[in-house]
Design a protein around this ligand. Sequence first.
Ligand SMILES: [Zn+2]
Length: 157
Amino acid sequence: MPKKDYTKYLVSKPAYEVTPDFEVKGRRPAMTLMSNNLIPGANMYIETGWVFGMPDPNPHIQEHVHDYDEIVIHLGTDPDHQEDLGGEIEFMVGGQPLTINKTSAVYVPKGVKHGPLTWKKYSRPHLEFTIMIGAGSLAEADPGGHEKRKEGKKNNG
Ligand SMILES: [Zn+2]
C-alpha cells in the first residue's frame, strides 16, 4: 500500500481572500490559513490577522451573522504576560457587550448576530483569529460579514 503523503496538508502560504470594503489603519490584511481552497475537503475556515495600532475606522467589523458556529480568539503577544491582550475590545454578541481585555476565545453559536467589535484601548500588537468548523470556503464562512455586504451592494446596483 503506498504511503500517504501528508505534505499536501501543509499550508505554508496563506491566502489573502478577505478584501474589506475599505482600508483599515492599524491592521494588516487577514491571512486565511485553512479553507477548502487551500486544503480541498478540510471543511474548516481559519483566518488570522494582526492588530498593530488603534484601528481606524473603529469599529470596522459591523454586526453580522453566520450559518456556522464561530470561535473568535484574541491573542496577546507579550511573552512575559501571555494572557495580557494589549488592548480592550467591546464585542457585541446577541446585543450584549462583552469586554475583551485578555487573551481569550468567544464561542458564537450559529445564527447569533454579533458585532460590531470596537477597540476601546490599544497598547501592544495582538492577533485576531476566526475559526469556523464546517464552513469550508470564504463565501460560507464570511468571517467579518464583508462578502454578504459586497453581495448586497451588487444586488442593489
Ligand atoms: Zn462573525
